[in-house]
Design a protein around this ligand. Structure first.
Ligand code: BTN
Length: 323
């Protein structure tokens, strides 16, 4: 608590230095305690200059996510009411599924700075270096199981909207839920579910967004297909602001999903980069080639194959064929 107060004082000190005495007076603690909190902030990565007889001045702010920065500006009712913020985890999805099975409330969010076993779609790995966003949200919608794919589309709509609002970039969605900017992937979603009979017990919406990482952190084979928000915007992105906007957008789109899920498909179509293009679909045994004709009510992709037969695809990897 005192550490946060000291940090807030440092942040608001427009004229530069604040003396140890002033901190001590404003916080009602000793100067030794002030010094201990300053050292602790330095260990977290804050750059603090100390000048004898003048005091302390904040010189650099680390790019780390902190509960005390995320919570105040959030203003959501459900999303992020409980936030588990970790420096490292195997997979935020795996942890969120465990918490969900133990009864954690809807809207619980697990966030990590890095993942050692990040999971991607179709059994792939999700390389998770520092500087990006990795989060998983627990949802408990009272809807039948066949609505689950729509929830993933809902997540994609929320991610694309948050990127548009926060970074001013024209983010679009490649079916089912890859978020692209300038034709390259910046974000992916992985939904995991627990169900009984035909009802969803809980669902975990896992979201990875490539924000500020160095591209060299990625293996060469994925580098050419991927970009980061920072690279596209030409400046580092404030991850806290993006995360807060994402949780707000998830909250409002989730409400719309619960009240009128047709809205989700409409919004998805507005952001869609797939329908209307020639595509190939791979990753599920066979490779299909044809025209992406539309999505059905459940969010499955309708493809008109070259021999004019129609196919409906529930999963797969789409490549848009440039003509
Ligand atoms: C994809 O393959 O496009 C989906 C990637 C999903 C990655 C996110 S990162 C946070 C969450 N935890 C995981 O292990 N995976 C998802």
């Amino acid at each position: 608590m005192y550490k946060e107060k000291i940090l807030n004082l440092l942040r608001s000190a427009s004229s530069g230095y604040i003396s140890g005495e002033e901190f001590a007076r404003k916080c009602g603690i000793s100067r030794t305690m002030v010094w201990k909190h300053i050292k602790s902030l330095e260990r977290e990565g804050f750059g603090i200059e100390a000048v004898p007889s003048q005091g302390y001045k904040l010189t650099t702010i680390p790019d780390i996510l902190r509960q005390s920065d995320i919570k105040p500006g959030l203003k959501t009712r459900v999303m992020g009411k409980a936030i588990h913020l970790l420096s490292e985890v195997a997979s935020t999805n795996t942890l969120a599924m465990e918490l969900a099975a133990r009864g954690t409330p809807e809207g619980t969010v697990v966030i990590a700075e890095t993942q050692t076993g990040g999971k991607g779609r179709l059994g792939r790995k999700w390389i998770s270096p520092k500087g990006n966003l990795y989060l998983s949200v627990v949802l408990r919608p009272n809807v039948p199981m066949h609505k689950a794919p729509l929830l993933t589309l809902m997540g994609a709509v929320a991610v694309a909207s948050a990127i548009r609002t926060t970074c001013g970039l024209a983010a679009g969605i490649k079916w089912p839920n890859d978020i692209l900017v300038s034709g390259k992937k910046v974000s992916g979603l992985l939904t995991e579910m627990s169900a009984e009979q035909d009802r969803i017990r809980h669902i975990v919406l896992g979201i990875g967004v490539d924000v500020n990482m160095e591209m060299l952190e990625l293996p060469p084979e994925v580098r050419s297909l991927t970009t980061t928000l920072a690279a596209e915007a030409g400046a580092k992105i404030n991850r806290t602001t993006l995360l807060q906007q994402l949780l707000r957008d998830l909250e409002s789109w989730y409400q719309r999903f619960l009240t009128n899920d047709a809205d989700i498909l409409e919004a998805w179509k507005q952001l869609n980069l797939t329908v209307g293009n020639r595509i190939t679909v791979s990753g599920v045994g066979e490779t299909l080639a044809g025209l992406a004709q539309g999505v059905d009510k459940e969010g499955r992709l309708i493809v008109r194959l070259d021999d004019a037969t129609m196919r409906t695809v529930a999963a797969g990897d789409v490549t848009i064929v440039k003509e």
